[in-house]
Design a protein around this ligand. Structure first.
Ligand code: VIB
Length: 221
């Protein structure tokens, strides 16, 4: 069992509420209201900007070149791949880059991203990566679970296919391996409870992020 499995086991209720959130189920079934997906995409643009900062912080918090390269890899993936993909996906859903730039951060976006940044600022690289893990590894698991239900005219096909694709699955597997090596170096029995709490909180904030999308669609009707 690697550290990720141990953290998931210890926080299973929070983990499950995140990866099996009604937003995820409806996304997979193709029944998610479009307004919910649009709000999610808009806020995710703002989320990704802060997530890039969190990975820049991980470079700063690194004490070895190898750790710096890991964080640089994720930062590059966000700046060079994920962000472009995201803007293209938003364009297909009728949102321009200007629309995205003008959007205000929702409290759920602020809460999640600043929590992650604070874990990194007040803690070490293990704390920061424990806060990042539900995001990076969770999306890979969610998309893999949804991929079998894909069909040609599925409305959320691109989103699912991107995260279920080999490139992203590789990014997540790498992040998982890195988290395990960080735990070998930094995790002590005395720290385990705190690291679990960080992981669990990040899962709850991911679930709140999904809920924000659903709530916006409810308001729109
Ligand atoms: C709320 C939210 N949580 C997780 C992700 C997924 N994600 C963000 S950055 C990154 C790694 C770099 O490619 C991944 C997988 C997201 N987009 N939005």
């Amino acid at each position: 069992m690697d550290i990720f499995d141990r953290l998931r086991q210890a926080t299973l209720a929070d983990w499950t509420a995140y990866v099996e959130h009604p937003f995820v189920r409806e996304l997979g079934a193709g029944t998610l209201p479009q307004a919910a997906f649009r709000t999610y995409l808009e806020q995710d643009y703002l989320f990704l900007i802060q997530f890039a900062r969190a990975n820049a912080l991980a470079i700063y918090k690194s004490r070895t070149l190898a750790d710096m390269r890991e964080a640089k890899g994720t930062l590059g993936a966000i700046l060079d791949d994920e962000m472009h993909l995201h803007v293209r996906l938003c364009a297909r859903w009728g949102m321009t880059r200007d629309d995205l730039e003008r959007a205000a951060e929702h409290p759920a976006t602020v809460a999640y991203t600043r929590f992650v940044l604070d874990c990194g600022q007040s803690g070490d690289l293990l704390d920061l990566n424990a806060a990042l893990a539900p995001c990076v590894i969770g999306y890979a698991e969610i998309a893999r679970a949804l991929a079998p239900s894909l069909h040609d005219d599925h409305p959320y096909r691109e989103w699912i296919a991107d995260y279920a694709g080999e490139a992203y699955q590789g990014v997540a597997a790498r992040a998982r391996g890195h988290l395990d090596r960080l735990a070998e170096r930094y995790l002590t029995p005395a720290r385990l409870g705190q690291v679990q709490e960080i992981f669990a909180t990040a899962c709850r904030l991911e679930a709140d992020f999904w809920q924000m999308g659903l709530d916006s669609a409810r308001r729109a009707h």
